[in-house]
Design a protein around this ligand. Structure first.
Ligand code: ZN
Length: 341
């Protein structure tokens, strides 16, 4: 190997130090620029309910900045936006709602924002229309509680994935991978729920809850569902409704009815008292998560954890047994309270 002539080596060494320094400075400022760009380009999205937010977070991961408006224990039917909510909605690059008139009091605000051309995706409206339930045959007002059937809820995943991909095309691959992973977790959840509910003795497969949020759940798993209030908590249950349910409990020997984290227990207590007056004992089978998830940072504070909780509570109170090992045995990673995802 030939040694380079001395006159070449000296200038090379002399040049290289400043070049390295300049190179480092350039590399640093490049990196700084790139990270500013990522932060600036990171889509800012807002979701209305926890269930919608959970799906968006599962698909968007760390690439998106997500704000969820309606928190734990809050009833979306009655929710009124705060000033901070309206500011968040105005700032957002995209908005994900449940739709189907679930967020009744937010409807005007959302309509106004959608008219500016900002993407507003009604997640529950992106499932096949023919699979929606319409109470009393009122086709113009389908039941909004679509998340109660995990297989049906999973049908909304592609619309969320595509909305995020349009907003942030560089993230497309990641969104596709995460969407596919989430879909398979919901498939496992659905299979688990079906196995658990099937252990309830057939005559006891009646689910009586505070308001009519469980029709999709009942259709998916073969439970007859009755709600004290209608599909929106905006309408009050009358004395006649309560009387009818007391009769149902007595005639079907229903042994447990359920309260919901977002609805007052007043009606449920009136029913229990009414049944007792007829010599029939019915107890509260537990509290179900209907229109909001549990506490953030807990297993029930995730969509899958919320359904898992409901399945276990309903199954055990109505005389069934959840499969050994719970949801984990069906392939769902173990619930971690420190990391809800
Ligand atoms: Zn509801």
């Amino acid at each position: 190997m030939q040694t380079p002539p001395r006159f070449l080596r000296v200038p090379l060494i002399a040049i290289s130090l400043p070049v390295i320094i300049v190179g480092l400075v350039l590399a640093y400022s490049d990196a700084a620029l790139a990270s500013t760009r990522v932060a600036a380009q990171q889509p800012t999205v807002v979701a209305t309910t926890g269930m919608v937010g959970d799906m968006v977070r599962e698909i968007g991961g760390d690439r998106i900045r997500l704000t969820v408006l309606i928190g734990e224990g809050v009833d979306p039917h009655l929710y009124k936006p705060t000033r901070a909510d309206i500011a968040a909605l105005a700032r957002a690059d995209a908005i994900f709602t449940n739709g189907l008139q679930l967020e009744g009091k937010l409807a005007d605000t959302l309509k106004r924002i959608a008219s500016t051309g900002k993407p507003v995706l009604a997640v529950a409206e992106s499932v096949p229309r023919e699979r929606l339930l319409s109470p009393d045959g009122a086709d113009d007002h389908p039941d909004p509680h679509v998340w109660m059937d995990p297989a049906l809820w999973a049908e909304a995943i592609p619309a969320v994935r595509d909305t995020l991909s349009t907003l942030d095309p560089e993230g497309r691959r990641l969104y596709e991978q995460r969407a596919a992973a989430y879909a398979s977790r919901l498939t496992a959840l659905d299979a688990y729920a079906a196995r658990a509910i099937a252990t309830i003795p057939e005559a006891s497969r009646v689910l009586l809850t505070a308001h009519d949020a469980f029709a999709y759940f009942g259709r998916a798993y073969g439970l007859e569902v009755r709600g004290v209030q209608g599909i929106s908590t905006e309408s009050e249950a009358g004395v006649r409704d309560i009387e009818r349910l007391v009769e149902l409990i007595a005639s079907r020997s229903i042994r447990a009815i359920f309260v919901e984290s977002t609805v007052s227990e007043r009606n449920i207590n009136a029913i229990i008292a009414g049944a007792r007056a007829r010599g029939h004992t019915v107890r509260i089978g537990g509290s179900l998560f209907s229109d909001a998830m549990g506490k953030p940072g807990t297993w029930e504070g995730t969509y899958i954890g919320m359904i898992d909780h409901n399945v276990r509570t309903i199954t055990e109170a109505l005389g069934g047994t959840v499969p050994e090992g719970g949801l984990r045995a069906s392939g769902e990673p173990s619930p971690r309270s420190d990391d809800p995802h």
